[in-house]
Design a protein around this ligand. Structure first.
Ligand code: OAD
Ligand code: ZN
Length: 224
């Protein structure tokens, strides 16, 4: 199971690409890269603080809740891999979640690597300072040009290649290496299902493709 920004669209969180997407009007390289942060950390932090505030007022939607329920049914046979940094899957009750791109509600120390939760948005003035060593902290997310955690990626790949069914929901399937998980599953003979209102590079490979928003697609699939 792989989810992308589209699963949180119905919670009011804007996606990165497409009409009204977050990247529209400015280039991702202006904000979500190590170089952008080195050049203008205040600007990058303002953007993340704004998105963090949006995430904290958002609520998980039916699609998040249906996936949490599916995990309770399937137990250890179920793994949720997400590119989202909003934490809505966990707030909906999902337990085994691999966050490939990190989490926007946390910061990571630039010097000692310590991670800590951000204070509530009303009390938060960026940049946060490490409670352990006093250094400046950065958002605990993966930026363009950075590597994903190798262990997490390996676990995700293993799960996708050995699953009975791989379900990919709400991702444009253009950002690597997450985008290749569906492809890898398919070439390993796993039944691939896509839920997305638009076609993506994954659509021609899918055994079943639902042109639906996440909530409706999951209701159809799970008979809810
Ligand atoms: P994108 O914004 O690239 O794609 C969102 C996808 O969701 C599109 O394919 C939409 O068609 C689809 N969508 C829109 N509304 C939907 C709905 N209600 N239900 C289901 N799908 C819907 O988001 P991602 O693919 O997640 O990386 O983007 C991948 C990565 O690009 C992000 O994790 C982020 C960004 O750069 C980092 O921050 C490292
Ligand atoms: Zn530190």
């Amino acid at each position: 199971m792989l989810t992308g920004a589209g699963i949180s669209a119905e919670s009011g969180i804007v996606t990165f690409r497409g009409a009204g997407g977050l990247w529209e009007g400015f280039r991702p390289e202006d904000l979500a890269t190590p170089a952008a942060y080195a050049r203008d950390p205040e600007k990058v932090w303002r953007w993340y603080a704004m998105r963090y505030a949006q995430v904290m007022v958002a609520e998980p939607n039916l699609a998040h809740r249906l996936l949490a329920e599916l995990e309770r049914e399937k137990g250890d046979d179920f793994l949720l891999v997400t590119q989202n940094v909003d934490g809505l899957h966990q707030r909906a009750g999902s337990r085994r979640v691999i966050e490939l791109h990190g989490n926007i509600t946390r910061a990571r120390c630039e010097r000692c690597g310590h991670r800590q939760k951000l204070p509530p948005p009303v009390e938060f003035t960026p940049p946060p300072v490490c409670e352990r060593c006093g250094s400046r902290m950065r958002p605990d997310v993966v930026w363009f040009g950075e590597f994903l955690d190798a262990g997490l990626l390996a676990s995700a790949e293993r799960a996708f290649m050995t699953a009975e069914v791989a379900l990919v929901i709400g991702t444009s399937a253009v950002v690597e290496p997450a985008a290749s998980l569906g492809r890898m599953a398919r070439s390993a003979g796993v039944f691939l299902i896509e839920v997305n209102p638009e076609t993506t590079p994954l659509t021609p490979l899918a055994d079943l493709s639902l042109r639906d928003p996440a909530t409706k697609g999951l209701e159809k699939l799970l008979g809810g």
